[in-house]
Write a protein that binds this ligand. Structure first.
Ligand code: 5GP
Ligand code: MN
Ligand code: MN
Length: 485
């Protein structure tokens, strides 16, 4: 591995590349990782995080989380806070899958109760939740109605019978970023998105049935507050975003920014993929309003999928979803830019935070998290892999260092291409079934790309976030069923 020799070890979990590392760096870059994990970072991470450190208006540090790996412009796992007055907004700092995120739903069923129905459940989920690249959803809405969806997010779902009122409370920002403006979105984006509400998509998007084994409860009290009260309780975790809609919004504005960045605003970047505009420019504000539409589309998408999941469990167990205790633990994004208030140089002020493959992790007592989590801190939902396990964590008071941001998954170590060469999808499915994990997929190649071996060790990643004081372990969840995009 090629760790730059200029890197300084600040602590057991913080590594720094100083501004002298590369011409143009305005702040140092910091990578949150243990000694073991820093060795697994691909070389692209060091290059990209220091490119981000050159962006106008960046505050304190450019960060990369322990699950970091190479991405478009920013590393995946990248965090950058900008001064809203002098700084830029960059689509590469948010990702193409705007508001890709994770949602965790409880049941009051135990694994023993679910086991006899596992195949039926997974098959029904696979049948009811569209998966695959261009899949379309069951929500029939016109392109005009879709404009309401993207401006209202989960609120639209509540009005149309796809949500419980409390679902909105358990969603970051209530499931709607205010200020979304559909007039800032291209016709092409609307065309790509209007029939995709309630779809999982492809690749690493998934809907997984998981078990909280007693030996995997790390913090009993917080686990209880998050709704884990029964030994071997079953939960459902799912991961998806804004589908073709968000992708088109990102594509459109990357192009617009490339046209004005240097010519109109005199901004030079080290990599075209860091295409950006001043946050306060008309172009920057238009993107912000369009990006919020994609954020809301993703919240609505996950809300409709939750509705489907409740229907499936209800049909299989012949009980209402309420009787089955199918409450949301939380829904949290990992690809967004947001205005948030943070303490910078001793003063509370508004900053524009880019989190790309990074999860907001507000600590206890902070504004913006549901009342029931005030004492515990915000639930943080982190995927591991379909083979190994995933985590429910809680935000910590000490998270201020990274503007209360943490990891979002385990992060890839193997390229998709390499994984497909090494692993056969059909064999993997059979092997997993023998180990008690029943998985359905649209694509054998896609399944091979997602093998546990293609990812970093999730236990290492979450341990690093805890050691760094960003998020602490509450429950480790093991997979028993999965539908993959
Ligand atoms: P992203 O695509 O948002 O960058 O990464 C999502 C994260 O979810 C990955 O880093 C990986 O750790 C995790 N992940 C991917 N596929 C699965 C899956 O099928 N099940 C679980 N539990 N986690 C997954
Ligand atoms: Mn995604
Ligand atoms: Mn994601």
């Amino acid at each position: 591995m090629t760790i730059p020799s200029a890197i300084k070890k600040i602590s057991d979990t913080v590594w720094e590349l100083p501004t002298s590392y590369k011409a143009g760096m305005l702040v140092p870059a910091r990578i949150i990782a243990t000694e073991k994990l820093i060795g697994t970072m691909d070389a692209g991470v060091f290059d990209q995080v220091t490119n981000v450190a050159c962006l106008p208006g960046i505050i304190n540090y450019a960060y990369c989380m322990p699950d970091g790996h190479w991405g478009y412009g920013f590393p995946i796992g990248g965090v950058a806070a900008m001064d809203p007055e002098t700084g830029v907004i960059s689509p590469g700092g948010i990702g193409f899958d705007i508001n890709c995120g994770m949602r965790l739903v409880l049941t009051n069923l135990t694994y023993d109760e679910v086991k006899p129905h596992l195949r039926e459940l997974v098959d029904a989920l696979f049948y009811r939740i569209p998966t695959g690249v261009g899949c379309t959803g069951f929500v029939r809405c016109s392109q005009d109605e879709f404009r309401n969806v993207v401006e209202q997010g989960s609120r639209w779902c509540l009005k149309h019978g796809y949500a419980w009122p409390e679902d909105l409370e358990m969603t970051e920002e209530g499931g709607c970023f205010p200020g979304a403006d559909a007039s800032k979105v291209s016709h092409k984006a609307i065309e790509r998105g209007y029939d995709q509400v309630g779809t999982l998509g492809s690749g690493n998007h998934y809907c997984e049935i998981q078990v909280a084994r007693p030996e995997n409860i790390y913090d009993e009290e917080t686990a209880r507050a998050f709704g884990f009260t029964i030994p071997n309780q079953v939960a459902i975790m799912f991961h998806c975003g804004s589908r073709g809609f968000g992708h088109q919004v990102a594509t459109d504005y990357l192009q617009i920014f490339l046209g004005v960045m240097e010519r109109k605003y005199g901004i030079k970047v080290l990599d075209r993929e860091l295409s950006c505009a001043p946050f306060h420019s008309p172009e920057g504000q238009d993107y912000f309003a369009a990006m919020k539409c994609a954020v809301n589309m993703a919240f609505a998408n996950r809300q409709v999928i939750l509705h489907r999941i409740r229907e499936v469990f209800s049909a299989v167990f012949h009980k209402d979803p309420e009787e089955l205790g199918m409450r949301m633990v939380y829904d949290v994004a990992h690809n967004t830019a947001k205005l948030e208030k943070h303490t910078v140089a001793g003063k509370k002020r508004e900053v524009l935070i880019h989190r790309k493959g990074s999860t907001r992790a507000f600590g206890p007592g902070m504004e913006g998290i549901p009342d029931c989590y005030r004492e515990t801190g915000q639930p943080v939902i982190i995927g591991g892999s379909m083979e190994t396990g995933s985590y429910l964590l809680a935000g910590m008071k000490s998270g201020a260092e990274t503007f209360f941001s943490t990891a979002h998954g385990s992060g890839r170590t193997m390229s998709r291409h390499q994984a497909k060469k090494m692993i056969r999808g059909q064999k993997l499915q059979r092997d997993m079934e023998e180990r008690g994990i029943y998985v359905r997929t649209d694509s054998w190649g896609g399944l091979a790309e997602e093998a546990g071996a293609a990812y970093k060790d999730i236990d290492d990643v979450v341990a690093a976030t805890e050691l760094a004081g960003l998020s602490k372990r509450v429950v480790r969840l093991v997979p028993v069923g999965n539908i993959k995009g």
